[in-house]
Design a protein around this ligand. Structure first.
Ligand code: GRF
Length: 217
């Protein structure tokens, strides 16, 4: 059997999605090595979650760098030092530059709390609620230069009840995210993602488990 893929998870805060990955690795529903967790903010709960699980937890405070590029160089050094194959943005609240994008081209997954391309950017759950949408959800996509616009890997829909407030809806979206992220990261680690060129933009095919087709990713 081939060696499990090595993950580098980037976080900025609570880390409930990181926890879903940690739990899935621990209970073997995700065949991956969690090589390193990197936070751009000190003292966040996500770092404590990593430490508790015995995973390398590194803080690289973005405020200590003069430019986004310099920060990204430090992140790439840390990812390479841990021989990371796939990078996962799990609540990582920083815009990244070509430094990171080129180092891990089509190897970075981002989790976003809406059904992209609807409601990109910050406060996506609040945006959906304020818009009066009847359905929202969450998306895992490959990270490219455009924010929240890379090829979609997986999505889950979450219905919005008439009486949902922001807190209730956020809870439902988070629950959906925890399942979706594990599923999408698993597909990436198992080499089941294939990027194909389309007429306007690239898209991702997720091959089923056990299929013969193997991705070039
Ligand atoms: C998630 O809703 C994710 O979609 C967004 O930030 C949130 C992070 O939550 N990008 P957590 O830190 O994983 O609990």
């Amino acid at each position: 059997m081939s060696k499990p893929a090595r993950l580098g998870v980037l976080v900025s805060g609570e880390g409930s999605n990181l926890q879903a990955l940690l739990d899935a690795v621990a209970n073997r529903s995700l065949a991956a090595d969690l090589a390193v967790v990197i936070s751009n903010k000190p003292n966040v709960r996500a770092l404590a979650r990593a430490e508790r699980a015995g995973v390398q937890a590194v803080c690289i405070p973005h405020r200590e760098f003069a430019t986004r590029e310099q920060f990204d160089h430090a992140v790439v050094r840390a990812l390479r030092a841990h021989a990371v194959d796939w990078v996962v943005f799990a609540g990582f609240m920083r815009l990244v530059t070509d430094v990171l994008l080129d180092a891990y081209a089509l190897r970075i997954l981002n989790l976003h709390p809406s059904l992209l391309p609807a409601f990109p950017g910050v406060d996506a759950v609040r945006q959906a609620l304020d818009y009066g949408a009847k359905v929202t959800g969450c998306t895992v996509h490959l990270v490219t230069r455009e924010m929240d616009a890379g090829p979609i890997v997986a999505q889950t829909a979450v219905p919005i009840a008439e009486d949902d407030d922001a807190e209730q809806l956020l809870k439902k979206v988070h629950e959906a995210e925890h399942r979706l992220l594990v599923e999408a990261v698993g597909a990436a680690c198992e080499g089941r993602l294939e990027v194909v060129a389309g007429p306007q933009r690239s898209r991702v095919i997720v091959h089923p488990r056990g299929s013969d087709e193997r991705s070039p990713l």
